[in-house]
Design a protein around this ligand. Structure first.
Ligand code: PRP
Length: 181
C-alpha cells in the first residue's frame, strides 16, 4: 500500500484503521454530506486540535461551496470548568452548521459545544464524527454522520495524540494497555 508505514514504537500495539479504511470512510461521509447539504449555506466547524486531520480529508470529499471555521475549548478532565479558548471567526446565525469531530468518547465535549452553537441560532446543527467510542459515553449526543464505531481501547494517530505526539500518523493505532495503566 503506497504511503503506508508503521512506526516502530514500543507504545503502539497495532494498526486499527488503515489509511485505506480511513480514506473510504471520508469518501462515504463526504458523499452523504454533499447530497444532504446541496443548495444550503454550509459551515464545517472543527474543534482544535484533534479534528484537523479528519476535517482536511473530509472537506475535500464534500463537493459544495462551504466555509471552515475553528474553535478551541479547554479539555474536560483538566479539573477546571470548560471554557472557550478560541471562538469561531464568523457568525453562524442562519447557516447550516456541521461539527466535525475525530472521536466522540464521553460526549461531554460535544454536548458543551452543541449547547454553545445552538444558542447562536444556526439554521441547522449536526455532527459528523470519524470514530465513535460508545462504551465511554456519558452525555447522549446525536451523531448524524458516523464513520466507524471503535472498541474501548486507547488510540492515537490521524489527529489523536498521546502527550502531544502521534497526531501525524496517517492511520489510527492502538496503544498498548500497559502504557495507559
Ligand atoms: C478529543 C477529541 C474530542 C474529545 C472527545 O479532544 O478531539 O474533541 O477529546 O472526548 P469526549 O467525548 O470524552 O469529550 P482532546 O480534548 O483530547 O483535545 P485535542 O483535540 O486537542 O486532542
Amino acid at each position: 500500500m503506497s504511503g503506508y508505514y508503521t512506526i516502530h514504537d514500543p507504545l503502539i500495539e497495532r494498526v486499527m484503521l488503515t489509511e485505506d479504511e480511513i480514506a473510504e470512510t471520508c469518501e462515504r461521509l463526504g458523499r452523504r454530506i454533499t447530497e444532504d447539504y446541496r443548495g444550503k449555506e454550509l459551515v464545517l466547524v472543527s474543534l482544535l486540535r484533534g479534528s484537523l486531520v479528519f476535517l482536511a480529508d473530509l472537506c475535500r470529499h464534500v463537493q459544495l461551496d462551504l466555509k471552515l471555521d475553528f474553535m478551541a475549548i479547554s479539555s474536560y478532565g483538566s479539573g477546571e470548568a470548560v471554557r472557550i479558548v478560541k471562538d469561531l471567526d464568523e457568525d453562524i446565525g442562519g447557516k447550516h452548521v456541521l461539527v466535525v469531530e475525530d472521536i466522540v468518547d464521553t460526549g461531554l465535549t460535544l454536548h458543551y459545544l452543541l449547547g454553545v452553537l445552538a444558542g447562536r441560532s444556526p439554521a441547522s446543527l449536526a455532527v459528523c464524527a470519524l470514530m465513535d467510542r460508545r462504551a465511554r459515553r456519558i452525555a447522549d449526543v446525536p451523531i448524524a454522520y458516523r464513520g466507524l464505531e471503535i472498541p474501548d481501547v486507547f488510540v492515537v494517530g490521524y489527529g489523536i495524540d498521546l502527550g502531544g505526539r502521534y497526531r501525524n500518523l496517517p492511520y489510527v493505532a492502538v496503544v498498548r494497555d500497559e502504557v495507559m495503566g
